[in-house]
Every structure is written in C-alpha cells, then in structure tokens.
Design a protein around this ligand. Structure first.
Ligand code: GDP
Ligand code: IMO
Ligand code: MG
Length: 427
C-alpha cells in the first residue's frame, strides 16, 4: 500500500476538506503538504461543522495520525487557536504532529503581505493577507525560521535577529513603517515553543516508516493547481505548489511511493482574489450559484467569483498532475439550472486553443468557446447510485470526464461526509 494524494484541481475550494474527511475513515495518516492558513477546508460530519486552516481534515477519525508536513508554512498563533477550538468541540488533537522543517509565519509576514497588497493597489494579487507569500519568500531566500528552531532557545534568538533585521529594513525602507522589536516576537516564540514542542518532530521519518509498514497514508493538498507558482495564472497565484509534485516534496517521501493522485474538481469553477477567469459569470447565473452554494471564502469571507466549467484549465490540471482518478463535487448546486455550459476551448487572435496560454495577459484576451447541455431540474442530493441520477446529470458528468480525460471515481452531491456517489473504486 502506498500513499494517495488529494489535489485541488482548479483555483482552490473544490471540496478537499470534505473529501479528506471521508477518505480518512480508511487512513492511518493524513499529511498536509503545502500552503499555509491561506487554506480554508470545510468539514461537515456527525461531530459537527468545522473550518480548518492548518490541521489536517483527518483529525475527526480517532485512529488517524495527522501531520503538518515540511512543505507547509505555519502561523503558530493560528494553529494554537485551531487546536483550542477543536478541543473545545471535544475533538481529540493528541494525534497531531508537526514537521520540524515546516517554516514559521510571523506577524511581520502578515504585515508585509498587507503592505505589499496596499502598495500594488489596483494591481494587487488579492491575497488572503495571511503572510503566506512573505513567509515562503523568506524560505527560498534562506532566512526563514522553522518549527524546529523553536526548540533551540539560544539559536532561536540569533536566527530571529538575522531574519528580523531584514524584515525591518524592508518595513522601514520600502514601506516607511516603524521597525518591529525582536523581543516581543521572541517572547511569542517562547510561548509557542512551550505549547508545541512536544509535537514538533522529524515527520518525514515517521511517514516513511508508516509506508514501509504498509500503512494507509493520505496526502492532503491545499489551494488548487491553477494557483500553482509555475502552472497557475501567474502572477495571480499563491506562493507555493499545490500540485502532485508538492505532495511528495512537502511530506518528504519519494514520488514512486504515491500510488494514487486524485484530482478534486467542482462541476463549475470558482476563484477568490484577482487574475484572469475566462468563464467568469457576471450575471444572474453567477449570482444564483453563489447564493445556492454559499460561495464565500472560508478564510476571508470574500464572495467567490463564479464561472462555468473550464475544460482547457482542467486539461492542463490533469496534464501537470497526472490524475489516476478525479472526484467531482457540488453537482447538487446545478440542480436548478435549465441549461449548463462547458467551456471546451478558447479563441485567441484567430486561433483555437485547447490549453490555456501561459501568459495572464493572453489569458485575459481569451474568449471561451461553449457547448451547452440541458440541466436536469431535479434534486440530486439523495441519490447514492450513479444509475439512479437523472439522465441529463449523467450526460453532464460523462462530458466532464471526456474533457478532463480522467476517470471519475466519486461524485459529491452535498457538503456532508455521507453525501456521495461512488462511481468506481478510486484507491
Ligand atoms: P476546500 O478548500 O477544497 O476544502 O473547500 P472549501 O471548504 O473551501 O469549499 C468547499 C465548500 O463546498 C464547503 O462549503 C463545503 O462544505 C462545500 N461542499 C463540498 N462538497 C459539496 C457538495 O458536493 N455539494 C455542496 N452543496 N457543497 C459541497
Ligand atoms: P483552499 O485550500 C482559494 C488565493 C487567494 C489569492 C491567491 C494568493 O481553501 O483551497 P495567498 O494568500 O495564497 O498569497 O493568495 O491565492 N488562495 C486561495 N483561493 N482557496 C484557497 O485555499 C486559497 N489559498 C489562496 O485568494 O487569489
Ligand atoms: Mg477552501
């Protein structure tokens, strides 16, 4: 038995939290491998309704060990708040471990994120302002601090001084802001260390041992492939890699240890923040979907932008991740639509494109080519077998499968753990 990676296949918020919570029923380990608390994963199960930002969505299963892997940037303040919230709801968090190699998001990263978005003004990325970009910038610039540094009291202060010297130069010189004192941040670190030191470990050793012992390991993605630094709509992307390559890098396992790569797609598209979005619906259809589906960001509460399913984007997503199967979520959201559109390609300067161009400026010029399918005008949430679904719903799913060029393993037809139709075994 190897690992299974669950990847956001579009612009995030595809329903990864729900899927992980469900699949974790069979998993010994769930490992978050990328992003930070820019993520917002919703889980609705028999224990209640939860919004997770850092804690893996396997935490609700009492036999599952949850790991925040080396690829994640951790804001310890947010993590501690999340642990407290879960404990207050009687969820046992004693099976949570944190990689000592995971980078720390400091308050000055959040401040830098906000200041830079403000400076960019009309050209802003529309980040979640959680400091994720600046924290990953420090990681690649080799001045970041890692969770393991919290365990070394003396070394911690020296490293913090070096990192903050740079942060203060930027705060003062670029943004004209006052410097931040090291002492206060150091004290915060001591507090974080007191509470978290017992669970900060070399998690890549634990995960690899688990794989050797034939344990079931789920790798939990955050964000989505179209927000990837390389393959997303750059520069309107996040500062990490949400795709399959990150699943092994961000957990510390070899690529061939991953048996299954499951892509999670909504049956339409959403995106939060700036950037081109060819199939965006700025009309009553978009409004309808936003309200029916309550499409508002889990992390920031911003209304999500809504669009029709975009096959060129889906093809790229499959191309760069190599999905062994896909899960389609939120089918029920389209129950009331008379007609549904799928973007099959783009028109750009007299050419027809099957894949999105790499330049955001070109993408903004792309005109979607649509095919139209009849809706099914019937509630789908109560179905549990694919053959019982309305004919038009099956036709729509078949069409998406053809466009994505990967097999559908499961349909999600409601936000709760048990609202699914298994189409064929995914794992
Ligand atoms: P994630 O970031 O990929 O985990 O997704 P989010 O939690 O940010 O957003 C997905 C939203 O869709 C959440 O509100 C889920 O409760 C909800 N959801 C997931 N699957 C379904 C589904 O099949 N139908 C409906 N109606 N809602 C769903
Ligand atoms: P989950 O895991 C949707 C988007 C932001 C912004 C861009 C950059 O819930 O799917 P950042 O704060 O990362 O620097 O912002 O990325 N973004 C997400 N959109 N779901 C997410 O996570 C996101 N995480 C970041 O809205 O456009
Ligand atoms: Mg989300």
């Amino acid at each position: 038995m190897g690992a299974t990676a669950v990847i956001g296949a579009q612009w995030g918020d595809e329903g990864k939290g729900k899927v992980i919570d469900l699949l974790a029923e069979q998993a010994d380990y769930v490992v978050r491998f990328s992003g930070g608390n820019n993520a917002g994963h919703t889980v609705i199960n028999h224990l209640g309704e939860f919004r997770l930002h850092l804690v893996p969505a396997g935490i609700f299963n009492s036999q599952t060990t949850c790991i925040i892997g080396n690829g994640v940037a951790i804001d310890p303040e947010v993590l501690l708040g999340e642990i407290d919230q879960l404990e207050a709801a009687n969820i046992d968090t004693s099976r949570l471990l944190i990689s000592d190699r995971a980078h720390i998001v400091f308050p000055y990263h959040k401040l830098l994120d906000e200041l830079e978005e403000g400076r960019l003004d009309a050209n802003a990325i529309g980040t979640t302002r959680r400091g994720i970009g600046p924290a990953f910038t420090d990681k690649t610039a080799r001045r970041g601090l890692r969770m393991g540094d919290l365990l070394d009291r003396e070394g911690l202060r020296a490293k913090l001084e070096i990192a903050m010297e740079y942060a203060n130069l930027v705060l003062q010189g670029v943004y004209g802001q006052p410097a931040i004192a090291v002492e206060g941040v150091y004290e915060q670190c001591r507090h974080w260390a007191e509470r978290l030191s017992g669970i900060i470990q070399q998690t890549e050793l634990i995960i690899n041992r688990a794989l050797l012992e034939q344990k079931e390991v789920l790798l939990e993605g955050a964000q989505g492939t179209l927000l990837d630094l390389d393959f997303g709509t750059y520069p309107y992307v996040t500062s990490s890699h949400p795709g399959a390559s990150s699943a092994y890098q961000g957990a510390g396992i070899g690529p061939i240890r991953i048996d299954h790569i499951v892509g999670v797609f909504k049956v339409y598209c959403t995106r939060v923040g700036g950037g081109p979005f060819p199939t965006e619906l700025n009309d009553e259809h978009g409004e309808h979907i936003r309200e029916v589906a309550h499409e508002y960001g889990v992390t920031t509460g911003r209304p999500r932008r809504i669009g029709w399913f975009d096959a060129p984007m889906a093809r790229l997503s499959n191309l760069v991740n190599g999905y062994s199967s896909v899960i389609l979520t939120r089918l029920d959201v389209l129950d009331q639509l008379e007609t549904i559109r799928i973007c099959t390609g783009y028109r750009l300067g007299g050419q027809t494109l099957d894949f999105p161009p790499s330049s955001a400026a070109d993408l903004a010029e792309c005109v979607p080519i649509y095919e139209e399918l009849p809706g099914w005008l019937e509630p789908t949430s109560d179905f549990r077998h694919v053959q019982d679904l309305p004919k038009n719903a099956r036709a729509y799913i078949d069409r998406l499968e053809e466009h994505i060029q990967a097999q559908v393993s499961m349909l999600s037809i409601g936000p709760r753990r048990d609202e699914n139709i298994i189409v064929r075994p995914a794992l």
